[in-house]
Design a protein around this ligand. Structure first.
Ligand SMILES: Cc1cc2nc3c(=O)[nH]c(=O)nc-3n(C[C@H](O)[C@H](O)[C@H](O)COP(=O)(O)OP(=O)(O)OC[C@H]3O[C@@H](n4cnc5c(N)ncnc54)[C@H](O)[C@@H]3O)c2cc1C
Ligand SMILES: NC(=O)c1ccc[n+]([C@@H]2O[C@H](COP(=O)([O-])OP(=O)(O)OC[C@H]3O[C@@H](n4cnc5c(N)ncnc54)[C@H](O)[C@@H]3O)[C@@H](O)[C@H]2O)c1
Length: 457
């Protein structure tokens, strides 16, 4: 065999896999069509967060875009082909396809290895909306190449991409319409977070349409018109942010015996093994959690799975998620509307009761912690944490503590017991957790799904 492990795809998942196998002394080949770094570095997290930061700093559009290009280049330089080769990873640029369970082809050259890890990511999804394929729509693959600000932008899809980029473009002076088919923005998060973000967006001048499934699109370079039920939305440019689909096209998965699921995702077990012996998958292509840190975590598991026969690492650790709007929306585990165990309790704390938020005049937001009984111990010590939602200025930083609590399975009351520095934002977690072991500021944890619970807020 040419190598011990071949990794297909050089995004977060592929890089974590290759770095994990090479330190275990496995001869490792990384084949990647795009440059190492993948979606996160070039068309995802890095450009979008730089654009949001630039917009918050009040930079003009062209300066903001220049900062995006500089930041992408700086981060790409930390993981380029030279860096990887210096770490002992063989890198081959090109598109790979399977020719068998242990062999691949890259531009006519064949490589083989007993273990292959598929980490080819995902690509923007263009929904089958009449007319969409005929208009010059932007996606996240192209939007960061803009050099001039459009006068107006219609954003199709109110998920994480749509919300983050709608706010960034609006703050950069673009007239933005945001159109979401579900009855609220970010349909997966706590409904109160969706409502709060909608209010903030509208106050910033974003035209938010929810419950508005786009049914037809037409237009050209000079303008686009979208129809969603009774509504007609026009804008100079259109950004499609309607989700992503696993990138498996042309991989010839059948040649290796790798099966896919209903959404085109590669089917994997908890060790990230596919249906083909010796072939594993990690990252967005598995459809498990489309996040960089999740892709990284999966890459580490896949690397472990390629080298160990027994006690292979498993997927299942709590994965936090942050939407980097202002305010940020950070979640881990369950939101209240997803809880089914009626023994669970909910602690709610509005940011208006957190002194740092008051001092910063940034009280839009809240913390919700959900805790359930521990095995044999019930709710003693506050039970164990099942989930958290934090909405606020630094929510993305605050979600780390609940994630740690869930990962370690510790008593929720420990979050209240640990002394937090005053006046930090993170004290909000301590104040909320205190509600599980007593009363704090007149608040105690309440049962989930209490009739009229919303009125308590
Ligand atoms: C606008 C935007 C913002 C985002 N913001 C965040 C964020 O703030 N935080 C967060 O956690 N996540 C964010 N994400 C999601 C994050 O970018 C992805 O979850 C992550 O990049 C997935 O990594 P991956 O390694 O699975 O795939 P990718 O990064 O997509 O890497 C796949 C690689 O495989 C290569 N490839 C594909 N097919 C082949 C083939 N046949 N042969 C060889 N190579 C191939 C590709 O060229 C690519 O380099 C964002 C996504 C978008 C679009
Ligand atoms: N900060 C972050 O962590 C971050 C940021 C951006 C993206 N991401 C990841 O990237 C992935 C892709 O994000 P996304 O926002 O594109 O996808 P998404 O699936 O989260 O959201 C797409 C939205 O488009 C809506 N939609 C689909 N068809 C529509 C139609 N015809 N009319 C109106 N609305 C329609 C859907 O209802 C959905 O709410 C996500 O899974 C996310 O995990 C993460």
């Amino acid at each position: 065999m040419d190598y011990d492990v071949i990794v297909l795809g050089g995004g977060a998942a592929g890089l974590a896999t290759a770095r994990g196998t090479v330190v275990a002394d496995a001869r490792t080949l990384l084949v990647t069509e795009g440059p190492p770094g993948g979606d996160c570095t070039f068309t995802g997290c890095v450009p979008s967060k730089t654009l949001l930061e630039s917009a918050a700093d009040g930079l003009p559009f062209d300066t903001a875009m220049a900062r995006v290009r500089e930041t992408v280049a700086a981060i790409a330089a930390t993981e380029n082909e030279d860096v990887l080769r210096a770490e002992g990873i063989d890198v081959r640029r090109g598109r790979a396809r399977f020719t068998g369970r242990t062999s691949i082809d890259v531009a006519g050259q064949r490589f083989n290895a007993p273990r292959i890890v598929i980490a080819t990511g995902a690509t923007p999804l263009l929904p089958p909306i009449p007319g969409l394929a005929d208009v010059p729509a932007l996606t996240t693959d192209t939007v960061f190449d803009l050099t001039d600000a459009p006068e107006s932008l219609a954003v199709l899809g109110g998920g994480a991409v749509g919300c983050e980029l709608a706010q960034a473009f609006a703050r950069l002076g673009v007239r933005v319409s945001l159109i979401e088919a579900a009855n609220r923005l970010l349909p997966g998060v706590d409904p109160q977070a969706s409502a709060l973000l909608t209010d903030v967006f509208r106050a910033e001048g974003i035209d938010v349409a929810t419950g508005a499934a786009v049914e037809s699109v037409h237009g050209d370079d000079s303008g686009i018109t979208l129809r969603a039920g009774e509504r007609t939305i026009t804008a100079q440019r259109l950004l499609v942010a309607a989700g992503r689909r696993p990138a498996t096209e042309g991989l010839c998965l059948a040649a290796a015996g790798v099966a896919t699921g209903a959404r085109g995702e590669i089917r994997t077990d908890r060790h990230l093994a596919t249906t083909a012996r010796g072939v594993f998958a990690a990252g967005d292509v598995t459809g498990r959690a489309e996040l960089t840190h999740a892709a990284y975590a999966m890459g580490r598991i896949a690397a472990g799975s390629t080298s160990r026969r027994f006690r292979r690492p498993s997927w299942g650790t709590p994965i936090p998620s942050v939407v980097f709007t202002d305010p940020e929306i950070a979640t881990v585990g369950l939101a209240e509307h997803e809880v089914t165990d009626l023994r669970a309790r909910v602690a709610y704390l509005p940011m208006s009761e957190v002194d740092r938020a008051v001092a910063a005049d940034a009280t839009a937001g809240f913390v919700t912690l959900i805790a359930g009984p521990k095995r044999l111990l019930g709710n003693a010590g506050g039970g164990r944490l099942l989930g958290a939602t934090v909405v606020g200025k630094r929510a993305g930083e605050l979600i780390g503590e609940p994630t740690l609590a869930m990962t370690s399975g510790m008593f929720t009351g420990r979050l209240a017991q640990a002394v937090h520095a005053y006046p930090t934002w993170s004290i909000a977690i301590q104040q909320a957790a205190a509600q599980f072991v007593g009363e704090f500021g007149g608040r105690t944890a309440r049962p989930v799904h209490t009739p009229g619970a919303d009125r308590q807020r």
